[in-house]
Write a protein that binds this ligand. Sequence first.
Ligand code: GDG
Length: 475
Amino acid sequence: QAGATTEAETFDLVIAANRLPVDKVVLDDGTVEWQRSPGGLVTAMESVMAGREGAWVGWTGQPGDEADAPFHNEGIYLRPVALTADEIAAYYEGFSNDTLWPIYHDVIVPATFHRAWWSAYEAVNRRFADAVCEVAAPGAVVWIHDYQLQLVPALVRAQRQDVRIGWFNHIPFPPVELFAQLPWRKRVLAGLLGADFLGFQRVADAKNFVRACRQLGGWQTKGQNVVVADPPREHRIVRAAAVPISIDTQGLAELANRPETRARARELRASLGNPEVLMLGVDRLDYTKGIRHRLKAYEELLDDGQIAPPDVTFVQIATPSRERVEAYRQLREEVELTVGRINGNHSVIGAPAVHYIHHGYPREEMVALFLAADVMVVTPLRDGMNLVAKEYVASRTDYGGALVLSEFTGAYHELHQAFVCNPHDIEGLKNAMLHAIQTPADQKRRIMRALRRRVMAHDVQRWAARFLADLTGTS
Ligand code: GDG
């Protein structure tokens, strides 16, 4: 395969994330193709790798016993990590998504604990750490991502004291009372404390981590620093701080400004019957996103007669997610039942109350939808950041639209001028939705202007540069 290499190459910057930024596609004739999966993280990493090639360690997304050979792809050296079907079930679907994910998201659903899942998590983290050590040049900067790889910092440090190690948590870090449930809590903390710098979405997440170290691990802490005994040195300081992630604002704004995107937005509105108010939700189908709460509020507004199709319609894109985890299957059933009931009670022929779509869309179509939507409804019960809220704002180069935003997202801490809601408070959520619909256009434009000022000035490139500056002590 093109670009394949057998020699061990090493790099000054190494990224480790659960997934590689490419999807492995095996064609009918057996040949393998790697398709770049564009996303904010890839854009951010491209910006920090500009002028120097870096390596990316991650899983290909396919089960397999043996890792594919490393290869170069559009300026990044990719080092695949193999996961067997059993490991995917235990490390990824199990420990990452059915143990850690619920605990780190306020136990919205109960967490499942299995010792075999923990063993798989340890084994896979070790494999990632070995791969990182293999491709890291002497003195390299190693940037590890997310809750799937919390043991990697210490495992890398055990082998390589010469490298600088950072970790960024894309999801919340739970309050100590919830984190305490995790049977392996101290080993997770010790894993993370192998890093030099730990980045979180919110100040509260960093504080939760430091408090967990003090109360559950007995480590000494000073402000946002944790003191770690590190022989032969006397001690080592690990710093935890908020570095909120963002999006490729320029890329999105450019896409939104294209005549074909604007035309597509008009076409979408027309195909929905040109409603007065188009409400939109875009989420992975995940119980953290508050989709049921949003639908309940919308249903009650319809029941109360405060809104009605064809004047108002709701488009809910629910991208399929973690379909082998039971809580996600249940959620899908509940959402689909609710959508069916709402449509049965409130649709008129040619004008459904809810358009529910359970599949993904290309980015261009997503941006056209953002441009078409009068009210974007973002109602997570808990969300590390929520990039959709920022993407909506960045796409509204016309200063149109309104954002309903949950207080329980990281994004709220930057976008508090939005129509803010507590999704648990259905009455309050209904009011926020109505308020977003009824506020005069000129006032909404002022709000959108303020939101855009924040988002446009803090893009994902700036986020990555700031994380690396914090990590390397150059900030
Ligand atoms: C985790 C944290 C944190 C969704 N459906 C489609 C599609 N998307 C894109 C969105 C957005 C991304 O996926 C989802 O990002 P979110 O931030 O909303 O949520 P999570 O997936 O839960 O992400 C979260 C994030 O990591 C980053 O740190 O903000 O809190 O949970 O970019 O636009 N994109 C396309 N088609 C779809 O159907 N093209």
